[in-house]
Design a protein around this ligand. Sequence first.
Ligand SMILES: [Zn+2]
Length: 250
Amino acid sequence: MKKKVLLVFAHPDDESFAAGGTIAKASAHGHQVFLVCLTSGCGGKSGSLDIRSREQLAAHREEELQEACSVLGISDLILYRYADGTLKDEDNDRLARRIRDTIAEMKPDIVVTFPPDGVTGHPDHIAVSEATEKAVAWAEADYLPGTLPHFYYVCIPHYYDHCQEKGPRPSCRLTGKVDIGDYRSEKGRALQSHKSQVYSVNRAYPGVMQGDFSVIGNYEYYALARAEGKAVQPGDCSEAKGPIPVISMW
Ligand SMILES: [Zn+2]
């Protein structure tokens, strides 16, 4: 059965870094994929591009995101256009209500966002995680029994493999990994769309901007955080605790 997948992220490029392969796979299998991007990334770097204002950067990053969405097969891009870097200062319940409204409209079967540590510790990511978790719990009232959405954190245990400094360990138990082996080139091309983010891409995925996608792994990792209207109890997240099962998610 065709499913609807909603991803909720903070910045243009989060979708490609975190879940590009999963998105491309979902869309190739005929599922409908929606992306909420809360900011337009005006606080980010502009790489080597000649960009003079935050407004110009935001507009440019929205274009890059549109390109990534078409590479990945995202059918609806929903831009909330908050200012980059300000999400932690917003009333989190207000953010959550806005996300809940989007969930009520789209009625996704699967919702994906950052884990509570935001993967990178970025305050925008942490605020989005918190707001999305609340929004999913509130939105459950709008679903018929037996159709409640599954809510996942995207976790990136290998995100920092190529970085000099190590990132925080994921704070959640990994409950499954999606095999993206056939969708590595879509993920690579989506990352390439974010040309202004060349430094971040080079740091996490060296070679990709130059067309070498060999650094992109075969899996993207997730933790099921909520299902059947209940929080799934988080546990230990180390891979050493046992093999992480391959999941289909939809
Ligand atoms: Zn981000």
